[in-house]
Design a protein around this ligand. Structure first.
Ligand SMILES: [Zn+2]
Ligand SMILES: [Zn+2]
Length: 348
């Protein structure tokens, strides 16, 4: 079968022929409906070196946000019908520790000794005609479109998890949320905030069209620039935002988020750009917290699918055939994508 393979560090991936996988015990073979291309794939093949935190040993098929139709089940698997559509939870932990027990494989206590981080992250992913995944990682999509759903497993789940943890700050009237960075995750972040909270949403990005999309989803936008924080604080009547979500994570965006915070607010850094921030007792608004977060839980992915099936969130996707799949990464690197790039191996 054809697949997009990460072959070596600092090397652009290749489209090539590989063996079609066989589902192992407890696994389900999916005919891939959609596989989303993520910025962290670029980190995998372009930024990381062997031994970098998060680096996964090549070679493997890329694609960690996947959906597909059941094709075949492995030994011991029951309850699946051929042709049914599922979304795939990407992380795979040890399945024994406390974090894995609550469906939060992302925070597996045995991560250091696990053979890989997940599907498309050290083990073969969904940028291929078929992918084999543990049955436990499948979330049913029912009659919802699996191709448009593919990005939900990362670009939907990651902001959902971050926002859910900030709901105490956003409950009640007169609350403000700030979204920094309006790529795939940020746009879904605006939609999820609209669905889950009554907060006024302020969104910012360097791209005009991205801000227009966020405005159409109900956000007030503020452009980047020297008086950005002043403008954000003015919208909130001077008090600042109750929750901020930074989907970029460079030093400048963390700084802008923290200078926009209200007393007792929660600032979550989601973007993995690795920026730093200087903290002081005297400049931090009292009890404002600065934290990070990573991906989400299996249970939360069920909730994200519920939002999608209820029509409350809709990822904007740009489709690529598998044969043109490498263009998804080329366009991502060039900043030319308008929606989340989804590779569609089997055109209907
Ligand atoms: Zn990702
Ligand atoms: Zn574990």
């Amino acid at each position: 079968m054809r697949a997009i393979v990460f072959e070596n560090f600092k090397t652009f991936p290749s489209l090539k022929d590989v063996d079609k996988p066989t589902p192992g015990p407890g696994e389900v073979l999916l005919k891939v409906a959609g596989a989303g291309a993520c910025h962290s794939d670029v980190a995998i093949y372009d930024t990381f070196e062997e031994g970098s935190p998060g680096a996964q040993k090549p070679p493997f098929v890329l694609g960690h946000e996947n959906s597909g139709w059941v094709e075949e089940v492995g030994e011991g698997v029951e309850g699946f019908t051929k042709g049914d559509a599922y979304l795939v939870y990407g992380p795979i932990g040890c399945q024994r520790c406390r974090a894995c027990s609550r469906g939060q494989d992302t925070y597996c206590e045995n991560a250091a000794t696990n053979p890989y981080m997940g599907i498309g992250l050290g083990r073969d992913g969904g940028m291929a005609e078929y992918v084999s995944v543990p049955a436990r990682n499948l979330v049913p999509l029912g009659d919802a479109d699996p191709i448009a759903a593919a990005p939900l497993s990362d670009a939907g789940l990651t902001p959902y998890h971050a926002i859910k943890l900030a709901l105490p700050q956003l409950a009640g009237g007169g609350k403000y949320a700030l979204v920094i960075g309006l790529g795939g995750l940020g746009q879904l972040g605006v939609q999820i905030l609209t669905a889950l909270t009554g907060a006024t949403i302020i969104a910012t990005d360097m791209k005009e069209d991205a801000m227009a999309t966020a405005e159409a989803a109900g956000a007030i936008t503020v452009p980047g620039g020297p008086d950005q924080v002043e403008q954000i604080r003015e919208i909130t009547g001077g008090k600042g935002v109750d929750a901020a979500f930074d989907f970029v994570g460079v030093s400048g965006t963390i700084d802008a988020a923290m200078r926009s915070m209200a007393l007792q607010g929660r600032c979550t850094i989601v973007g993995i750009a690795g920026g730093t921030f200087e903290w002081s007792f005297f400049t931090n608004p009292y009890e404002a917290t600065l934290t990070n977060t990573y991906w989400g839980t299996i249970e939360e992915l069920h909730e994200v699918v519920d939002l999608y099936r209820a029509g409350q969130i809709e990822p904007e996707v740009e489709r690529f055939s598998l044969e043109n799949g490498l263009d998804a990464y080329r366009k991502m690197e060039a900043g030319e994508l308008t929606g989340r790039a989804v590779v569609v191996p089997h055109e209907a």
